[in-house]
Design a protein around this ligand. Structure first.
Ligand SMILES: Cc1cc2nc3c(=O)[nH]c(=O)nc-3n(C[C@H](O)[C@H](O)[C@H](O)COP(=O)(O)OP(=O)(O)OC[C@H]3O[C@@H](n4cnc5c(N)ncnc54)[C@H](O)[C@@H]3O)c2cc1C
Length: 348
């Protein structure tokens, strides 16, 4: 159970929430972290087994603590979760997992936050300051066609093993779709890849693209591009060329499973609860990038939560580390730290 009183409540125990909590605790604040799921819940839920980050380990490191690697390869989701646990323990962070924030009342210096645990029990935490580190990828993006909620449609790859011998239609044209198609092919699934574009998205990583492209060219993975989905029915998917009319020819693909890999949207509820306006096409929370302060005094936003729903990612772990220092400076009344120049060739 979380304490009933703290100086700073950090909502979200992803990498940037934990890093911010560690920095603020080092500055002498009494800090509590709550997360609706586990530590690193986004990574725990959204990374298929043995998936590696695109970002190199040195850029994932929190406060310069090296991310260990037995192989010197890029870090897997599992390795990073172990690192996050070790980071939280080493900094003696007080983290309450499976504790979701469901209401925020009060004002700077005297907020009362209602949390709900995994049994449905509610309790309250009084805090002077709130830091929202709630991430930007809570919900899989929807396709918006009839049938997408049928049981045979999945949104997370999970363990590819389950797809052996099955006809799987992967829908999407970015990294996740390309990587899923490759992994499904390699466990013995019969894979088709459908995408609205003429070809895979140009941002597909250069080490994934040639492997998928060659399997598409050889017909080992069936290329369905450009295609859009008209509807999904039990055991089949109806496709057509984009921009077509309902009366023109459609094609029907027989499938055992459909895997939607269309990216994610942010969860806006916490900002609505806190009364923080959302702006722009991304519906990002209004904030001052020098301090990460939102328009609601006493509430800050850090990490990917600050960017709303990102279509093309430009806020990710490697360029969010400095958010913690900005909040720390604002709380101490110090001038905002000079922005760290972006590292060359961002990796997400
Ligand atoms: C396959 C895959 C590969 C990726 N590769 C990379 C990569 O190479 N580099 C990179 O930077 N990123 C990558 N990402 C994205 C990565 O997951 C995010 O960049 C990272 O998790 C963001 O960290 P964060 O701390 O900002 O938020 P998150 O890790 O999303 O943490 C937010 C936390 O807030 C909690 N939360 C939300 N609402 C509430 C609430 N109301 N109450 C309590 N808790 C709440 C959530 O449970 C979650 O644990 C990848 C994602 C996927 C799926």
């Amino acid at each position: 159970m979380p304490d009933t009183r703290t100086d700073v409540l950090v909502v979200g125990a992803g990498p940037i929430g934990l890093e911010t909590a560690a920095v603020l605790a080092d500055e002498g604040h009494r800090v509590q972290v709550v997360d609706a799921g586990s530590i690193g819940d986004t990574i725990a839920r959204q990374f298929p087994p043995a998936t590696r980050f695109f970002t190199s380990p040195e850029r994932l490191a929190l406060r310069g603590l090296p991310v260990p690697s037995a192989t010197q390869e890029k870090t897997t989701g599992e390795e990073y979760l172990a690192y996050l646990r070790a980071f939280a323990a080493a900094h003696r962070l007080q983290v309450s997992t499976f504790t979701e924030v469901v209401a925020i009342r009060g004002r700077a210096g005297a907020f009362r936050v209602t949390v709900r645990d995994n049994w449905g029990r509610q309790s309250e935490i009084d805090t002077a300051v709130i830091v929202l580190a709630t991430g930007g990828t809570a919900h899989p993006r929807r396709l918006g066609v009839p049938g997408e909620d049928l049981d045979g449609v999945r949104r997370a790859l999970g363990d590819p093993h389950r797809y052996y011998g099955r006809r799987v239609l992967v829908i999407g044209g970015r990294n996740s779709a390309a990587e899923s198609a490759l992994r499904l092919y390699r466990v013995g699934a019969r894979v088709s890849l459908a995408h609205r574009g003429e070809a895979l998205n140009p941002r597909v990583k250069h080490w994934i693209r040639p492997e998928v492209e060659s399997l598409l060219d050889e017909g080992e993975i069936t290329r369905l591009m450009p295609r859009e989905v008209v509807r999904i029915e039990p055991g089949r998917v109806i496709l057509r060329e984009p921009g077509g009319t309902a009366t023109e020819t459609t094609e029907s693909i027989e499938v055992d499973d459909v895997l939607l890999q269309l990216g994610y949207t942010a969860d806006r509820r916490i900002f609505e609860l806190a009364g923080i306006p959302l702006t722009g096409a991304r519906q990002a929370p209004e904030h001052d990038p020098a301090t990460m302060a939102t328009g609601v005094p006493g509430i800050y936003v850090v990490g990917t939560a600050s960017a709303g729903t990102q279509d093309k990612f430009d806020v990710f772990i490697e360029n969010s580390h400095q958010h913690a220092d900005r909040v720390a400076a604002a709380l101490a009344g110090r001038p905002a730290p000079a922005p760290t120049p972006p590292r060359p060739l961002p990796e997400s």
